[in-house]
Structures are given as structure tokens and as C-alpha cells.
Design a protein around this ligand. Structure first.
Ligand SMILES: Cc1cc2nc3c(=O)[nH]c(=O)nc-3n(C[C@H](O)[C@H](O)[C@H](O)COP(=O)(O)OP(=O)(O)OC[C@H]3O[C@@H](n4cnc5c(N)ncnc54)[C@H](O)[C@@H]3O)c2cc1C
Length: 303
């Protein structure tokens, strides 16, 4: 028998969708590769309901427990294909196949990181950060570095200048950032010579401009872009924006009826609260679009 809904991805978006679907008495299988961005959050302080912060691993543990408590099913899998079959979907991972009436893609994105072996440790202690909307408040009045290609770096640096008087732009190339760079310099951001070396001493990151002395920072924000996981959706026929995000309507549905996309794989604002909101919308729409199943006195109808 077909599963009502397969959710691909077990981060905050996918786990929330699974909990909603089971609470609608729909059968639901989560296929997850197990590498949520949220795993890298040392402590989130903007996650609703956690006034004293929560680590990403603890948040994921709780969300998974909540989905498991209503019997959501899970399998480890890297989904590599999706096709419309008989009005539903076939989902593929290697040699394995599943059939579902609806599919929710919650596969997130991958941050591009400076390719050094200390990255995990530096992110883990907050010396290197990836999301100023998430945690710039905690970096207020610290010595902040902003690392990445000069194009776009001025805008990020200016945003962070709202949190600290000490902000240095650390470009990975020779550019000056154009108008955004000028605006940031006008607001007091110091631009160091580009193309230098970022290092980590176990506690803090530092940046050495070519031929110059290393400057240490309390925290460095890296803006090196990200890689989308939208390829599966595109191959199945869903439309993508020029930036590679899956195009969805107000119900989080792609242009393929019954295929939804939620969380970072679609969102411009990559935040847990946004991912969770997408999940509620998609799961509720999918439930209402599935055939109605009256509940029997013996619990029949519940799946
Ligand atoms: C260091 C850091 C700090 C952050 N801090 C905050 C914060 O404080 N507040 C906040 O709101 N946000 C924060 N974020 C952002 C937040 O982590 C993301 O917005 C959130 O995790 C997005 O949830 P998601 O479910 O869409 O994607 P993800 O959490 O990335 O989950 C996607 C899941 O899909 C799986 N997957 C991918 N492809 C496949 C496939 N083909 N088959 C099967 N499974 C697949 C992945 O392995 C993963 O488990 C932070 C991010 C980082 C990196």
C-alpha cells in the first residue's frame, strides 16, 4: 500500500512535517541522510521557546522524539530520484524504492566552508559563524571579522556594524566590494587586504593579509555561499529560481501537484522558525488534499 506522505530530510522542517502528518493520522515515512545544518548550531538563542538557548543537536533530538511519539517512521537513506507514477510518486535511494501519494522535500542546503580541518571545532565554539541573523546579537561589541568574496561582503559587514564598533572585512580576493564596500567603509568597517589566510588557534580565528601580520578576532563570520539540494526536485520537473531554490506556491507546493518543498531548500531566510512554519503549511495542505478517511470506532482509519 502507498504511504500517504514521504518526507525527504529529517532536519527541523522535515521533523515538524512528520509530526503534523502523524497527528492528522496520516502514514508518514521520513527518509533522511542525517546531516542537518542544525547539527552545527552550538547554541541557538532565537529559537522560539528556548529563552536560555538550545544546541542544534538537542533541538533535533527533541523534534525527532516528538515525531517518534506519534509513530512517524524513519529510515536512513540518501534519496537520489523521484518520479511521478500513477498519480503518486516513486522515491528512489540507490536500489531501494518507496511509493507515496505525496512527497515533501525538506533537504536543506550545504554551507560552503573554508576547506580546513579545523572548521568543525571553530564553528562548534563560535569562533567561526555562518549566520548573522541567527547569532549576531551574541557577538554584540566583540571584535568581528567578515570573511568571503568582496562582492557582497560590504552588505554583510554593514549589517554586523549594527552590532559592534569593531568590524573588519576580510575579502578572499582583491576587490573593494563596490558601492556596498564603500557604504561599509563609510560606516567604519575596516577592510584588510584581500586574499590572505584564515587560521584557528583552538580558541579564536585570525586573518593574515598577504605578507602582513595576523589579526585575531573574537568571532569571524564566513560568507562563502551554499550548495542547493534542489536537484532531485528539478529532475522530477519542479521549477527552480535562478538562485537554485525550488519555486513553491503559498501552500509550499511545487508546480508538480503533490510535491511540496519546505525549509532551507526553498527559503530566502534560512531560519528554523521559517522551516517549521513551512512544514505546518505543507503538511496541512497535503492532509487536506489526500482522500478523507473517517475514523472508525475501533481506531480503523488511523494509519
Ligand atoms: C552554524 C549554524 C548556526 C545556525 N544557527 C541558527 C539559529 O541560531 N537560529 C536559526 O533559526 N537557524 C540557525 N541556523 C540555520 C538552521 O540550521 C537552518 O535554517 C535549518 O536547519 C533548516 O532546516 P531544514 O530542515 O530546512 O534543513 P536541514 O536542517 O539542513 O535538514 C535537511 C536534512 O535533509 C537531509 N538530506 C539532504 N539531502 C537529502 C537526500 N537526498 N536524501 C535524504 N536526506 C537528505 C540532510 O542530511 C538533513 O538531515 C544555523 C545554521 C548553521 C550552519
Amino acid at each position: 500500500m502507498d504511504i500517504d506522505v514521504i518526507v525527504v530530510g529529517g532536519g527541523p522542517a522535515g521533523l515538524t512535517a512528520a509530526a503534523y502528518l502523524r497527528r492528522f493520522h496520516r502514514s508518514c515515512l521520513v527518509l533522511d541522510a542525517g546531516d542537518s545544518r542544525a547539527r552545527r548550531i552550538p547554541e541557538s538563542n532565537n529559537c522560539p521557546g528556548f529563552p536560555h538557548g538550545v544546541s542544534g543537536t538537542e533541538l533535533l533530538r527533541r523534534m525527532r522524539e516528538q515525531a517518534r511519539a506519534v509513530d512517524a517512521a524513519f529510515e536512513s537513506a540518501v534519496v537520489d530520484g523521484l518520479a511521478l507514477v500513477d498519480g503518486g510518486f516513486e522515491v528512489r535511494a540507490g536500489g531501494r524504492r518507496w511509493r507515496a501519494r505525496k512527497v515533501i522535500l525538506a533537504t536543506g542546503l550545504s554551507d560552503r566552508l573554508p576547506g580546513d580541518d579545523w572548521i568543525e571545532a571553530a564553528v562548534g565554539c563560535g569562533a567561526l559563524r555562518l549566520c548573522s541573523i541567527c547569532d549576531a546579537y551574541e557577538a554584540s561589541d566583540l571584535a568581528i571579522g567578515v570573511y568571503g568574496p568582496s562582492e557582497g561582503l560590504g552588505g554583510h559587514a554593514l549589517f554586523l556594524r549594527g552590532y559592534s564598533a569593531s568590524v573588519h572585512a576580510l575579502p578572499t580576493d582583491d576587490g573593494d566590494g563596490g558601492e556596498d564596500g564603500d557604504a561599509s567603509r563609510g560606516a567604519g568597517v575596516q577592510w584588510l587586504q584581500g586574499g590572505g589566510r584564515l587560521a584557528f588557534d583552538g580558541q579564536r580565528c585570525s586573518y593574515a593579509p598577504p605578507g602582513g601580520e595576523a589579526v585575531a578576532f573574537d568571532t569571524v563570520y564566513a560568507y562563502l555561499g551554499s550548495d542547493t539540494s534542489a536537484g532531485i526536485a528539478a529532475a522530477a520537473g519542479a521549477g527552480l529560481t535562478p538562485e537554485g531554490e525550488i519555486i513553491v506556491d503559498a501552500d509550499q507546493q511545487t508546480r508538480l501537484p503533490g510535491l511540496y518543498a519546505i525549509g532551507d531548500v526553498v527559503s530566502g531566510l534560512n531560519q528554523i522558525s521559517v522551516a517549521v512554519g513551512h512544514a505546518a503549511i505543507a503538511a496541512t495542505h497535503a492532509h487536506n488534499a489526500l482522500p478523507f478517511v473517517p475514523r472508525g470506532g475501533d481506531g480503523a482509519g488511523a494509519r
